[in-house]
Design a binder for this molecule. Sequence first.
Ligand SMILES: Cc1cc2nc3c(=O)[nH]c(=O)nc-3n(C[C@H](O)[C@H](O)[C@H](O)COP(=O)(O)O)c2cc1C
Length: 367
Amino acid sequence: MTETTQDALKFAYWVPNVSGGLVISNIEQRTDWTIDYNRKLAQIAEANGFDYALSQIRFTAGYGAEFQHESVSFSHALLESTSKLKVIAALLPGPWNPALAAKQIATINHLTNGRIAVNIVSGWFRGEFQAIGEPWLDHDERYRRSEEFIRALRGIWTEDSFTFRGDFYRFSNYSLKPKPIDPQPEIFQGGSSRAARDMAARVSDWYFTNGNTPEEIAKQVNDIRAKARENGHSVKIGVNAFAIVRETEEEARAVLAEIIDKANPEAVNAFGHEVKNAGKASPEGEGNWAKSSFEDLVQYNDGFRSNLIGTPRQVAERVVALKRAGADLILLGFLHFQEEVAYFGEHVIPLVRALEQAEAETPIAAE
Ligand SMILES: Cc1cc2nc3c(=O)[nH]c(=O)nc-3n(C[C@H](O)[C@H](O)[C@H](O)COP(=O)(O)O)c2cc1C
């Protein structure tokens, strides 16, 4: 039986801090990667029931993302423009080392009353690492490094005279001052491979995974939570989805069809080649994107697979099905972010809250 939570689901949106939106398609997108657009978007999101915003880190162009703002400084700017929203800044071990990251995030934590969180990403884009002169480690080695990175962050944030002897990082009697104020910055991670799940079950607060059906999400959740329990750890689950919510299902499906019709096949296939190689490099060959079709790959993180495409009621019911499968948070991408974040907050989140309330009153045993 899948373990579910009675807590209200959290909602996050992808910060469009890279150009080209979240689909590799020539469809019109009224989404912009600039700071002015993003400040307003963050304000719209916090006024409409969103809890978190997730920024992205990319060092080079690739498959549509020609321009890319850096994640930590951009996240800080969004925190300065809002008052409640938490912003999750992506950190890529390799370019970042934990000493700098811990210091940077601790300062932003003080500047923003504790609203910064981090997402540790392990890298999928070999060309990016080559372009910036970073060694490209094997798949599972990337996760071994990320795990040391997370252990180092936590140690620096919580201990005085922190000493750590890892294969990638070393610390001797290091005392960070000031440390972050409580609650400590939450540590998210992205990836779905066995190495990613095992790392989540040992050290992360949150596991972010690509879009998928409730059945497939439940398999990941059960695996992670069983392992976490053995480790005396607990981890929450965030699931990606690309939402297309319209008054009628036909309209929503027509938008999806247009996104796919106008996909740029060369860019989608090149992206698919890159990510499938990165995933196959895991010993089990089952990382994110291992089973992605051409259509799935038009959205960077398999967001169509979560099927949040339809009317507000259909989408709210599917959101609750993901919750029943074990999701604690839904991470959302949209075609026209400002308009659609507002629409989602007005028309879908209240229905989700009503359904959650109804389930809390008559709990249904999850399969
Ligand atoms: C929600 C989410 C956000 C991610 N954000 C980034 C990012 O900003 N930059 C990046 O290089 N990779 C990002 N990734 C990629 C992952 O860190 C990882 O490299 C990828 O999912 C493949 O992992 P796997 O082979 O373990 O499944 C993200 C992944 C997920 C699921």
